[in-house]
Ligand binder design. Structure first.
Ligand code: NOJ
Length: 756
């Protein structure tokens, strides 16, 4: 009772303080807007690029004079306190001295680079996720930036899509937790602090469902799937306080997101209550001309009317909105809305109080790429790696006298950061060679050989190395490089073969139709596997690869994504056993491309396969490949082994107000201390609509010492059983449920309960 009273008092005080803040802000902005001309208001809606990273053909011109003329509200892809100070000085020369909001794609770290987001998601560790965003914000704000185009929360079930690298995989529950943790990391508790930044969640919405995995392609899906399986992470990011959101390039129900009123107004603002601003993606307005929605004026007034507030790079708002206003195609209220929301964000960031608050050169000198941040990069990288195979415990390596270190990227610094590492301290990342050398010194001989290029075909190789990220291609023949590699392997105790993709084979506009290793790399592996030496395959990748053959040829496979600044030390930590791998994949690895989309939370169908080996006629399956992926969602091995006991439920049924306690004993039965991600899935056995065969509803990452048993407890309440029904109502239906707990989505212990 007393506690309740205190809680109410506290809430009233907090809400009172927030309201007072908002009123102060409202008064300030209202006042400012009464002084603004229509042109100045439209100027606020214009976001231009400083050109440090470009993702399209359009570039921004006359930026400086436009700032002084009040024709720019924001600038992105520009860094350093010196340059940004200059921008704000120009803004202070504009009539109303409105500061510019400075954005950047701070995606997985800043100068200190962490693993690609798909790798970070494989840690399943929310404190690490949040800290990665916190450090990224610390470094980026020290370099003048106050707005990040992150987190990218698009659910992706098609690994052909290169941007699967930028998200958290195939699951909405895990994706939502990660989205919230990232936003908290970037924005902190106080957006006005000079080391926190505004987050922009993207790409709203469904961008990850591009047909055929081809980037920018059409998407089309039912509302019920959208609500249950794709929208939750965006909502979670907004609930965590993300102050802005980016409209996606794709269409939804035939209308591109950027001009989709249902999406940006009905859903986002009316249903979800979003109070921040909406920015287009790069030339998102202009691209609606190619979508076939009309000329520039038409598409831009449609975008504004639908709920878009800021125009990235395309300048359609700047050049056509005034005309559209005169022709009554848009209203002053719509322009005012967009202008107000952008000014509010600037206010919240403290830019009106001090436009130079992010321009502290001392911070830039002292807070970027620090030893401390790099130590964290090493930690998170080593925890993102996924051990896919470890036959006869060939890993960790046990002080070998010699290692054959083979592969095109074993000593290539440019490719360690992966995609969207635009601000990485390029050229200063540690490679696998660096890492092994640091750890082993002269005690182990390293026989290094390139083995092969990323692709034999020079055209494909060039496609795989844009932005000056050379793959180090050598113009020697495949045979020559192969022979050198075989010789290195023959004279070594063990082979560490690093194959896979280059950094830019995933990411934006990097879709692949075949997602195996390039043929020349396959050949190298096949030849080396004939030597009968222990063969450890290290896989660089931005997506789940098809590794069916490789999974038989190699003794061990360690999937290392693109791990960032400390990649080399982190890989070495795991290969040598200083760190026991604990990563689990967050997107299924298919057996072949024909299975795509293959994801764990699929429906059962009316003719499910029995699960026994082999093809079954008149059942939903393929003649030539099982339905199961090669590695399922949640899969990842450890150097130790974990044994799961049976599930214990504290009751057999619950009512709407009760919770069921599920516990499981997990024993470390191997020879190393290790971390395990214990995963809980639920199946709604009977419903008014077909429900997935399982859905992740909880997880816990626990350290279990060698020989120790830990009891892991979960609680299930009615909220965990809810879903959107065919009327898009969020509810739980009474009846039978199954709960599953295990080491991955496929290997689980089961029990049943009832919701009464
Ligand atoms: C295009 C990408 O789709 C988006 O993710 C990014 O934030 C913008 N370009 C800005 O660079």
């Amino acid at each position: 009772m007393k506690n309740n009273f205190l809680l109410v008092l506290l809430l009233t005080l907090v809400m009172g303080a927030t309201n007072a803040q908002n009123t102060k802000r409202d008064v300030f902005i209202k006042n400012l807007m009464t002084k603004m001309t229509i042109d100045e208001k439209i100027g606020q809606l214009n976001l231009l690029t400083g050109g440090e990273a470009t993702t399209g053909t359009a570039v921004s011109t006359d930026v400086e004079s436009k700032i002084v003329a009040g024709k720019i509200g924001g600038l992105f892809s520009i860094s350093t306190p010196q340059k940004i100070r200059k921008v704000q000085e120009l803004a202070m020369k504009s009539r109303l001295k409105i500061p510019v909001i400075i954005g950047m794609d701070v995606i997985h770290g800043y100068r200190t680079t962490f693993p690609i987001p798909l790798g970070i998601s494989a840690t399943w560790d929310m404190s690490l996720v949040e800290k990665s965003a916190r450090i990224a914000a610390q470094e980026a704000t020290a370099d003048g930036i106050c707005w990040t185009f992150s987190p990218m929360v698009d659910i992706a079930r098609d690994p052909r899509w290169g941007r699967i690298a930028e998200g958290s995989g195939e699951d909405a529950f895990l994706g939502s937790k990660i989205a919230a943790a990232m936003v908290k990391g970037y924005q902190g508790k106080n957006l006005k602090a000079n080391n926190t930044m505004l987050s922009c969640v993207k790409h709203f919405a469904l961008y990850g469902a591009a047909e055929g995995g081809r980037d920018y392609n059409t998407t089309d899906m039912s509302r019920i799937r959208m609500y249950n399986e794709y929208l939750p992470p965006y909502k979670a990011a907004l609930d965590a306080g993300a102050g802005s959101i980016m409209a996606s390039f794709n269409e939804i129900d035939g209308i591109p997101a950027t001009a989709n009123k249902w999406l940006l107004t009905d859903l986002l603002r009316k249903q979800w209550g979003f109070k921040g601003f909406v920015v287009t993606d790069y030339t998102g307005n202009n691209e609606m001309i190619d979508h076939g929605l009309g000329d520039l004026q038409t598409v831009t007034y449609k975008a504004l009317a639908a709920g878009t507030d800021m125009d990235m790079v395309g300048e359609g708002f700047l050049t056509t909105l005034k005309k559209s206003l005169a022709e009554k195609k848009v209203t002053m209220a719509e322009i005012d809305r967009a202008c107000r929301l952008i000014l509010e964000a600037k206010y919240d960031l403290g830019l009106f109080e001090d436009p130079f608050r992010y321009c502290d050169e001392n911070r830039a000198k002292n807070e970027i790429f620090t030893a401390e941040n790099r130590a964290f990069a090493r930690e998170i990288a080593s925890k993102s790696f996924v051990l896919l195979k470890n036959k006869n415990n060939v890993l960790p390596l046990n002080s070998p006298k010699s290692i054959a270190l083979i592969g095109p990227l074993v000593n290539n610094k440019e490719n360690m950061g992966g995609t969207w590492a635009v601000s990485e301290n390029r050229g200063n990342s540690l490679t696998l060679y660096d890492g092994l050398k640091n750890a082993l010194g002269e005690s182990t001989q390293i026989n290094m050989a390139r083995g092969t290029n990323i692709y034999s075909d020079p055209v494909l190789d060039a496609n795989a190395s844009p932005f000056g990220k050379s793959t180090g291609r050598e113009n020697r023949s495949d045979e020559d490089m192969l022979k050198e590699a075989v010789d290195a392997a023959k004279s070594s105790e063990v082979i560490v073969l690093a194959l896979g993709e280059s950094a830019e084979m995933s990411g934006e506009s990097s879709s692949r139709s075949k997602i195996g290793l390039p043929e020349n790399q396959q050949k190298l592996l096949a030849e080396l596997s004939k030597l009968g030496k222990p063969l450890i395959l290290v896989i660089f990748t931005g997506r789940p690869l098809v590794l069916e053959t490789e999974s038989q040829q190699a003794d061990a496979i360690l999937n290392v994504w693109f791990a960032g600044s400390e990649a080399g030390n982190a890989m070495t930590d795991v290969l040598l056993g200083k760190v026991n791998p604990s990563g689990k994949i967050t997107a299924s690895f298919p057996r072949n491309e024909g299975q795509i989309p293959v994801y764990y939370n699929h429906k059962n169908t009316g003719r499910p396969h029995s699960g026994k080996p082999g093809f079954e006629k008149f059942r939903s399956n393929y003649l030539d490949v099982p339905n199961t992926p090669l590695y399922p969602f949640g899969y990842g091995l450890s150097y130790t082994t974990f044994q799961y006991g049976d599930l214990k439920l504290d009751k057999a049924s619950i009512t709407e107000n009760q919770k069921i306690k599920v516990s499981v004993d997990v024993k470390n039965t191997g020879n190393y201390d290790g971390e395990e991600v214990v995963q809980l899935y639920i199946r709604d056995l009977v419903g008014s609509v077909a429900r997935p065969v399982k859905e992740l509803k909880g997880f816990e990452k626990v350290l279990i010492r060698k020989g120790e048993t830990k009891t892991v407890n979960f609680e299930i309440g009615v909220e965990d059983l809810k879903f959107y029904n065919s009327d898009l109502k969020w509810l739980a239906e009474k009846g039978d449920f199954q709960v599953m707990v295990g080491t991955n989505s496929d290997d689980v212990k089961k029990a049943n309960f009832v919701l009464k």
